[in-house]
Design a binder for this molecule. Structure first.
Ligand code: SAM
Length: 361
């Protein structure tokens, strides 16, 4: 199954994923340093800025705005071209609305930057997105852990990061390396020399932690247990559980060094820095600060659903009527919501990322 078969993120993405915005904001200081480094001895007709896997553009708006302010103050006359790309199913109308009516009252952030032009590209980052040597500073957050398709069945889980199936783990690791080499090869052609790219990506840190397993409730184990229980109850089949796989790979820090140095890349990179970032679940933080359990129980499940719904939907047998598939997935989330309501104190989805900065040399 191809990731493009999933609806990309659902609408209102940024409103439902405050954590992703928090991660991007935390990565801005590194992005700003990269921008300043690229501007030193800059000798190109325009500055190419791009956000790959941008969804509706809302979560990166602050980073983009601050970068444009920085460019404006350092090189007021330098033309800037900003590109947003994502899968074709993405809500690009939302990107257009966000750019042209940033505050919902008709004000456009584009008015602040006379030198700026913008484009949107409904094309996967596994393909060329920008013309050769036009990218000066690239960015991608929480997107490049998606593989083009699930490499194989995982016998004991629905997510490879939580699996003990060694054969599947090895296949996923190899496919993830190939995927990163492909992504970096595309970017190597697009980036001019001296250009930089900040990859803010879900990963596994040195403590073995990853998204949703830093707290009492291990999110992916709970997903798997509930989905398997629905199979035991005869609501879905064991085959459908087997066919439910997140086509994702959470890389370790060393995986990036390996890909950056792969001799097959279509251009050379230098690994400037790699850092870990753990970001507390903002819904859980609010709950702890306010004690408002009802708001947590109402809003927290939405943030899980934005990126996981289509994986469960796609695992179901396509011969089932569409309404039945949606009903089953709804039942799955209803059960998850009941669990959250029953033991809210134990739930929360902290983010575990790597901030990988690379330079085209
Ligand atoms: C969790 S969202 C992250 C959105 C935003 N970058 C952020 O950090 O808030 C992941 C995004 O990656 C996109 N995506 C997944 N695979 C992709 C691919 N092969 N090419 C481009 N975008 C992809 C999804 O459509 C989705 O919009």
């Amino acid at each position: 199954m191809n990731t493009t078969d999933f609806l990309a993120m659902q609408t209102e993405y940024s409103a439902k994923t405050r954590g992703a915005g928090k991660v991007i904001d935390a990565s801005y200081p590194l992005f700003k340093n990269a921008l300043q480094a690229v501007l030193k001895d800059f000798d190109h007709p325009y500055f190419g800025l791009a956000d790959f896997g941008a969804a509706d553009g809302g979560t990166s708006l602050s980073l983009i705005t601050r970068s444009l302010d920085e460019l404006k103050s350092q090189k007021p006359h330098l033309p800037v071209h900003l590109n947003y790309s994502d899968l074709p199913e993405n809500d690009f109308n939302a990107v257009g609305r966000m750019l042209n009516n940033t505050n919902g009252a008709g004000d456009s952030f584009l008015d602040r930057y006379q030198q700026l032009t913008v484009s949107t590209t409904p094309v996967s980052f596994y393909r060329p997105v920008m013309p050769p040597q036009t990218l000066s500073l690239g960015f991608s957050a929480t997107a490049m852990h998606w593989l083009e398709n699930a490499p194989r069945v995982i016998e004991d889980h629905i997510h490879i990061a939580a699996s003990k199936d060694e054969a599947a783990k090895e296949t996923y690791r190899e496919m993830s390396h190939e995927a990163l080499v492909k992504i970096l090869s595309r970017r190597a052609v697009e980036m001019h020399r001296g250009a930089q790219f900040l990859l803010v990506n879900f990963g596994i840190n040195e403590k073995g932690q990853f998204l949703g397993n830093t707290r009492d409730v291990h999110m992916f184990n709970t997903f798997y247990a509930n989905w398997s229980k629905m199979a035991k109850e005869g609501i879905i089949t064991a085959e459908e559980v087997r066919n439910t796989n997140f086509p994702q790979y959470y890389r370790s820090a060393s995986d990036y060094a390996q890909a950056v140095n792969d001799p097959r890349l279509e251009g050379k990179f230098e690994l400037v820095s790699i850092d870990d970032l753990t970001t507390d679940c903002p819904y859980r933080e609010d709950f702890e600060a306010s004690g408002d359990r009802d708001t947590f129980v109402k809003n927290y499940p939405d943030t899980l659903q934005t990126w996981s719904y289509n994986v469960f939907y796609s695992g179901l047998n396509p011969s089932r009527p569409v309404e039945e598939r949606h009903k089953i997935v709804k039942e799955f989330y209803d059960r998850f919501k009941s669990d959250i309501a029953a033991r809210a104190e134990k739930h929360g989805m902290d983010y575990v990322h790597h901030l990988v900065l690379i330079k085209r040399v």
